[in-house]
Write a protein that binds this ligand. Structure first.
Ligand code: ZN
Length: 311
């Protein structure tokens, strides 16, 4: 059976593994990225150690999911958390070193492809995959192909405007969907409500309001906390309205929600589904499914390898 090496490059850790063509993880490991060294060569050395750890001569290739905007040639244009990861041809470096096919993709696009090939998108043709975390990452597969755009990795879904006069976003624009569903914005929304005088058990769960996390808001919701429920409903309604637009544009078979914040559970999924039904074209929303991601904690590694199995 064919195998490939998958690399999930993060600002803190490199997660890596050997994966077969059915998406089964055969061997895995983790190394520090050493981004704090400030040296690109150090990070490349760490990635090479990772590759060598699971290397065998028979692999089909190496797939790398990296933060940042990547072009069709494997050049990373912009990645704020890695040293000198600008206009940097990641593909060329590793092809020269290992003499194998190397595929490089933005990490959110990579996850979308992995979910499509091996996870919750298996058996479909068109999916939208969102990774809910600090920001909102996204990827789109249309008719069995990852949407890449003209030159660069397209599908910067977090920065689709949902309100042209809306909140300021980290990208410099305003009203982006990320500014309504990103981690910090969820927390800020809870704090705003508390400061307005709304009662909540959250204030008993922390010593300081700055300690509030989406996870704690979920726990409060499980205990029937009204404020926590409101926070999730507002967040999920914004997300659902955004996704209604995606449904109208792409008519996807499935929408996949990945990432830590997707674990908020039923309140999130129910509200997103209901909002999509209310706000998109009836014929288009009738068939769409909204499901949790299927690849679990090793999604980044499996997805990296899945890039090699792209046709
Ligand atoms: Zn933005």
């Amino acid at each position: 059976m064919k195998t490939a090496i998958g690399i999930d490059l993060g600002g803190t850790y490199i997660k890596y593994g050997l994966v077969n063509e059915t998406g089964t993880l055969i061997k895995k490991g983790m190394l520090p990225t050493k981004a704090e060294s400030g040296s690109r060569d150090v990070v490349i050395e760490q990635m090479s150690l990772a590759i060598n750890d699971v290397w065998n001569e028979n692999i089909e290739g190496i797939g790398i999911g990296t933060p940042g905007i990547v072009d069709n040639n494997g050049v990373v244009y912009e990645s704020p958390n890695l040293p000198d990861w600008h206009n940097f041809n990641v593909r060329e470096v590793f092809e020269k070193k290992f003499h194998k096919k190397v595929a490089v993709e933005n990490d959110a696009n990579s996850i979308a492809w992995g979910e499509y090939l091996f996870g919750a998108g298996k058996g479909t043709r068109t999916i939208v995959c969102l990774t809910l975390g600090t920001g909102l990452g996204g990827g789109v597969v249309i008719n069995g192909k990852l949407l890449r755009g003209a030159i660069y990795s397209a599908a910067e879904l977090g920065h689709m405007p949902v309100d042209y006069k809306g909140r300021k976003c980290g990208c410099g624009s305003q009203g982006c969907i990320e500014a309504y569903v990103g981690r910090d914005y969820i927390v800020r929304s809870a704090i705003r409500k508390i400061k307005r005088g709304q009662k909540t058990i959250l204030t008993h769960m922390v010593n300081n309001l700055s300690e509030i996390t989406p996870k704690l808001i979920s726990e409060a919701y499980q205990k029937d906390d009204k404020l926590a429920r409101q926070v999730w409903i507002e967040m999920a309604t914004a997300l659902g309205a955004f996704l209604a637009g995606m449904v109208n544009m792409l008519n996807p078979d499935r929408i996949i929600l990945a990432g830590g914040i997707a674990q908020a559970g039923e309140i999130l999924f129910d509200t997103v589904r209901k909002t999509i039904q209310e706000r998109s074209m009836k014929v288009l929303s009738a068939s769409v499914q909204v499901v949790p991601a299927g690849l679990g904690t090793d999604a980044g590694i499996i997805s990296g390898a899945a890039l090699v199995f792209q046709k």
